[in-house]
Design a protein around this ligand. Structure first.
Ligand code: ACM
Length: 198
């Protein structure tokens, strides 16, 4: 169990589609006077969510960890001494994933590629191939799932069985039941979670 008090925060904002610099600056401004141990940002927080073509995805997706958004997050984590989990469209060669990265005071720590793609995400993104992952960090064991993963109880269960103490959950919620369902996921698995939705 977590043996001290972890301060987890989330930042939800109205992402400007395609205006990466503007969105990154919003995150920088929001964290100027606060340093939670763990900060969770929404799914596709820097690009916006609703892609309508593969060209848009190709234009806005980035390699991980050597892309602008991951480097920004790693820099912010180092600067503030905090852990961050945030969603972004990842490019791996000519394949795209709906991914989330974990950064910390040590820099880039890893990525999770969304397992359960939602609706039109299937047009542009490949189903994740990382499986559900947990990172043992100085502030506790952090597991990651992305948005629609909440619909499938196995997602949180798998993370809890892998030792997660906190589930970071970047999201762009579309269906209405997630906030209630996450309470149940936490109770049945004895974990905490932080969902951030744009
Ligand atoms: C979703 O998975 N963004 C609904």
């Amino acid at each position: 169990m977590i043996s001290y008090c972890m301060q987890a925060g989330f930042f939800q904002f109205n992402t400007a589609f395609g205006r990466k610099q503007e969105n990154l600056e919003k995150v920088r401004a929001a964290t100027r006077d606060t340093s939670p141990d763990l900060l969770v940002l929404p799914e596709f927080f820097a690009t916006g969510y609703q892609f309508i073509s593969r060209d848009e995805v190709a234009d806005l997706s980035e390699p991980v960890p050597k892309g602008e958004t991951t480097e920004f997050l790693a820099g912010l984590s180092r600067e503030k001494g905090i852990y961050i989990v945030a969603g972004l469209p990842e490019r791996d060669g000519d394949i795209f994933f709906n991914s989330a990265v974990l950064t910390g005071p040590e820099g880039f720590l890893g990525r999770y590629r969304k397992t359960h793609l939602y609706f039109e995400e299937n047009l542009f993104f490949a189903p994740g191939n990382t499986g559900f992952r947990v990172w043992d960090t100085k502030i506790g064991r952090i597991g990651i799932m992305v948005c629609f993963d909440w619909f499938f109880p196995e997602s949180a269960r798998t993370l809890a069985l892998a030792g997660a103490e906190v589930i970071a959950h970047p999201s762009n919620l579309v269906m209405p039941h997630c906030p209630d369902a996450m309470v149940t996921r936490c109770l049945e698995n004895r974990v905490f979670s932080a969902t951030a939705s744009a």
